[in-house]
Ligand binder design. Structure first.
Ligand code: PMP
Length: 406
């Protein structure tokens, strides 16, 4: 018999606990800065207008059915998704050195990549994660038997990148380690390397024969410019790296619950590339089959429709600018308010950081005070979701921060 009563209680996911506490709070001015989902200026979820349009087209299509997708997913999506992240003229694509699988959003892509590497990466590799990183990374990799270690990333003093610490740790890692990199809009810090720093990171990875694993959850959502947010991935691909990419369409399409994403594997240029890709795709298909059989169809169809239609694509770019523009405006407003109030400390990092999240530098004690005194909810590490700020609450939040910092 399975001694079910020996199963220990798992620790609560800190983010879900925070969300429950927020929901239970009856205070009318409460502020939710925990959520990792876009909100409009009225603090409401936002269905992208282009997604509404694509949804309508799909619903009215008499040929629409609910058959299974292929194991590798909707090819209209995976092909367009590879072009989106790599650029249509990428040698990795023109030389047919990539294989793409549709996954259960970005989480599923990280998982599929981890599972694949844990089975096939030679030796006993360790995956190096930034410190801090997305809370789910460590447990996804440990669940597939891939041990993880960390490299320094965030400098508490500058609230920017600890570039020297990052480079030193990557240089000290055993040759041929796997290095997880956030493609843009690093979660949770909002701190990204500059192109010059990415160039150095690529050189270092090359010298050490490390394997880059890019996690890209925010393309287009960070700066509003799809190419700019893909710069690092495209640069690494242009350097001929063998690498993989986890790609999410949760944030940039607002398709959170539809679970649309892709995993891409790129192999080296060379005469064996096509055969290598064919073998890798066969193994990925076995893994996918045993885990989910077939990926979900509806969100994939919406994203594929938009990615393959120039008019819808242009509208999507507008929608991306709307979301990223509002977030950038909130960064500016928050910094201005704090500087106006002469809140102790420097606040330039709020506008230097990019994407959904900002690492404020607030201590755990200050975070808890904000919750008890001002009904402001954020994770204990001082991370705020910029999407939770709007023109109606940014001043309230700034004043609350001012009080706990003094
Ligand atoms: N990676 C990172 C860095 C993320 O921030 C997220 C979203 N929170 C994901 C992956 C995956 O999200 P999803 O599974 O919803 O696409």
């Amino acid at each position: 018999n399975f001694p079910a009563d020996t199963v220990p209680q798992a620790p609560e996911d800190p983010l879900f606990g925070l969300m429950a506490a927020y929901r239970a709070d009856p205070f009318d001015k409460k502020v939710d800065l925990g959520i990792g989902a876009y909100r409009d200026d009225n603090a409401k979820p936002w269905v992208l207008p282009v997604v509404k349009k694509a949804d309508e087209i799909l619903r009215n299509d008499p040929a629409l059915n609910h058959e299974y997708l292929p194991i590798a997913g909707l090819s209209d999506l995976t092909t367009a998704a590879a072009k989106l992240i790599l650029g249509a003229d990428s040698p990795a694509l023109t030389e047919k050195r990539t294989h793409s699988m549709q996954t259960i959003s970005g989480t599923g892509a990280v998982h599929l990549g981890g599972l694949f590497l844990s089975k096939f990466f030679p030796g006993k590799p360790t995956i190096y994660l930034s410190d801090p990183t997305w809370a789910n990374h460590k447990q996804i990799f440990s669940n597939v038997g891939l041990p993880s270690a960390v490299y320094p990333y965030f400098s508490k003093s500058t609230k920017g990148l600890d570039f020297d610490g990052m480079k030193a740790a990557i240089a000290a890692a055993p040759n041929r380690s796997i290095i997880l990199l956030h493609a843009c809009a690093h979660n949770p810090t909002g701190v990204d390397p500059t192109p010059a720093q990415w160039t150095e990171i690529a050189f270092l990875l090359r010298t050490k024969n490390h394997f880059p694993f890019f996690d890209c959850a925010y393309q287009g959502f960070a700066s509003g410019d799809l190419a700019r947010d893909a710069w690092a991935v495209r640069y690494f691909a242009s350097q001929g790296f063998e690498m993989c990419i986890a790609q999410s369409f949760a944030k940039n399409f607002g398709l959170y619950g539809e679970r649309a994403g892709c995993f891409h594997f790129i192999t080296y240029p060379g005469p064996n590339a096509t055969q290598t890709i064919s073998r890798i795709s066969s193994q990925l298909a076995v893994l996918q089959r045993s885990e989910i059989s077939n990926p979900p169809a509806y969100g994939a169809r919406i994203a594929a429709l938009v990615l393959n239609d120039p008019v819808l694509f242009a509208q999507w770019e507008d929608d991306l600018r709307t979301m990223s523009g509002r977030i950038i405006a909130m960064r500016k407003a928050l910094r201005e308010k704090l500087e106006e109030l002469r809140t102790p400390g420097s606040w330039n990092h709020i506008t230097d950081q990019i994407g959904m999240f900002s690492f404020t530098g607030l201590s755990e004690k200050q975070v808890l005070e904000l919750r008890s005194q001002a009904h402001v909810y954020m994770t204990k590490n001082g991370r705020i979701s910029m999407a939770g700020l709007n023109s109606g609450n940014v001043e309230y939040f700034a004043r609350a921060v001012d009080r706990v910092v003094r």
